[in-house]
Design a protein around this ligand. Structure first.
Ligand SMILES: [Fe+2]
Length: 222
């Protein structure tokens, strides 16, 4: 499989059992430059390679997805949507996986027309206030980097500045939208999903109790 061409054609690529013993950063470097997350204010203690394990609500901080949703499904989002330029790609690698859990991928093109009708072109959000008095910046949901169209969405870390965003939020949380997504299952060691974070939304299904030991690794790259 030509991973690069598949990724640029489809916007995401799933590679089963891909070099299970290789380090995730070694693999991601083949495609781009690893994002040093700790360079960003407020993210100083986050390593470049993050271990992702399901957490119950009570075991997580409120400003994390697990703190809000626990083992329930995570809604569609863009990773780091509250950054002025969210990373272009994310790579997820399975360390320990389960057939019962899926990563949902929703290509923007599936719902773009619908979002345009709701006013995507003028939809503006801002990072959700974390209680501090810091002034926040305005973040258009649709923006361009190097003349390429990019989208951001997150119902937890962004809040609406105008009604366009409220209408879009309604659609993003609808069951019909959930059902449109593609299910990717990271089950075997080395199963890898590379996703263009500017042209796809993603989500996670709920975690049944017996799958609490699920573990993925994640890196971002541009
Ligand atoms: Fe995510």
């Amino acid at each position: 499989m030509d991973i690069k061409s598949e990724l640029s054609k489809k916007g995401f690529v799933f590679i089963p059992k891909w070099e299970p013993d290789a380090e995730i950063e070694y693999l991601a470097k083949k495609f781009g430059k690893i994002v040093k997350v700790s360079d960003y204010v407020g993210h100083e203690i986050i390593p470049n390679t993050q271990k992702i394990r399901p957490k119950t609500q009570s075991n997580s901080s409120k400003n994390q997805y697990s703190g809000k949703f626990g083992l329930d499904a995570f809604p569609f989002h863009t990773d780091l949507a509250h950054w002025s330029k969210p990373p272009k790609f994310l790579m997820l690698r399975c360390v320990r996986g389960f057939e019962q859990v899926s990563t949902k991928v929703l290509p923007l093109k599936y719902i773009l027309d619908q979002l345009f009708e709701l006013g995507l072109r003028r939809a503006v959000a801002q990072p959700r206030s974390n209680g501090s008095n810091t002034k926040s910046c305005l973040l258009p949901l649709l923006f361009k980097i190097n003349n390429q169209r990019c989208i951001r969405w997150d119902s937890l870390f962004l809040e609406a500045v105008n009604d366009n965003v409220k209408r879009i939020q309604h659609v993003m949380l609808k069951n019909e939208t959930w059902d449109m997504a593609i299910d990717i299952k990271l089950v075997d060691s080395g199963d890898t999903l590379i996703l263009n974070n500017h042209s796809n939304f993603h989500a996670r299904s709920n975690i049944p109790k017996e799958c609490i030991d699920r573990e993925l690794e994640r890196v971002y790259f541009n």
